[in-house]
Design a binder for this molecule. Structure first.
Ligand SMILES: Nc1ncnc2c1ncn2[C@@H]1O[C@H](COP(=O)(O)OP(=O)(O)OP(=O)(O)O)[C@@H](O)[C@H]1O
Ligand SMILES: [Mg+2]
Length: 266
């Protein structure tokens, strides 16, 4: 039975998709069978892992998987141990479908369960036994897509990019995790806060790093992911034949080690 981990924060551009893609890759390289799920209509994780435009997955995505409550026909193999459940722009119609029962193609499909926040969880049920880990990328909002990801997860990694607006997003995000825990059978909990895209030499970044350590001493990971061109360029070059892969993954390997220690210690 897979362990499910969501990457989230409702502030945009904090490294959620980058971290989800790298985590999926490192887990698969470590010999685990992994499913990466894209719950963001931007489709960034989809393009990162598949190296294809997200529009190629129209009518073949996580949205249709949720509407039919079965992901099997929509899962795309990426590497030997890594599969992807892709997304595209039409995932933005997910809330409208939930509340009208009409898909963006005009098809009538009613959700018959008892809680619309559990649609993804119920959908993944069919494939959970096929994987060791499921990792989920979320959009920069506290939308139905995010709520569904949280309710499907045992663990949540909160992304923190050193800025005031990201700092002020954290308490509301923590409340959303708490809300998910109350309804999910997975006992959704924050497994850690990861500081990303960090400019460690900037005085304001240093101050935010310290504030986060004081506010969340048990949650914050020791590893800090700094702002580095090779990490940014992963979105361009991916993992294959990337001459800077070692520089791109270095800090993330330390995060991976810390995360796995926490997962195994629980
Ligand atoms: N450590 C890093 N150093 C440099 N660039 C980075 C780093 N991490 C991510 N990036 C780049 O910063 C941008 C934002 O990262 P990413 O898309 O992963 O954030 P996000 O939280 O998923 O954004 P959104 O909220 O829009 O989904 C991307 O262009 C990515 O390639
Ligand atoms: Mg993203």
């Amino acid at each position: 039975m897979a362990i499910t981990i969501t990457m989230g924060i409702q502030k945009g551009g904090c490294g959620k998709s980058t971290t989800t893609g790298i985590l999926a890759y490192l887990l698969s390289q470590d010999g685990y069978k992994v499913l990466a799920v894209d719950m963001d209509s931007q489709g960034n994780l989809t393009e990162f892992l598949s190296k294809r435009p997200s529009n190629e997955f129209v009518e073949k995505s996580v949205l249709e998987a949720m509407q039919h409550q079965d992901p099997t026909n929509y899962i795309v193999p990426i590497y030997e141990n890594l599969d992807l459940l892709p997304a595209n722009n039409f995932l933005a119609t997910f809330p409208r479908w939930i509340y009208t029962g009409v898909t963006y193609l005009g098809e009538k499909i009613r959700y018959n369960g008892d809680n619309p926040s559990k649609i993804l969880d119920e959908t993944l049920e069919k494939v959970r036994d096929n994987y060791d880990f499921i990792v989920i990328d979320t959009p920069p909002s506290l939308s139905e897509q995010t709520t569904n990801a949280l309710c499907a997860s045992e663990y949540v990694v909160v992304l923190f990019e050193c800025s005031n607006w990201c700092y002020s997003a954290i308490p509301n995000f923590m409340d959303s995790v708490e809300g998910a825990r109350n309804v999910s059978k997975h006992g959704t909990k924050v497994i850690g806060i990861l500081r990303t895209m960090n400019d460690v030499r900037r005085s304001d970044a240093k101050a935010f790093n310290e504030m986060i350590e004081e506010d969340y001493p048990n949650e914050v990971f020791k590893t800090i992911i700094t702002r580095k061109a090779p990490i940014g360029r992963l979105s361009l070059y991916g993992f294959d034949e990337n001459s800077e892969l070692k520089q791109a993954l270095g800090q993330y390997k330390n995060f991976y080690k810390e995360l796995m220690e926490r997962v195994k210690g629980r």
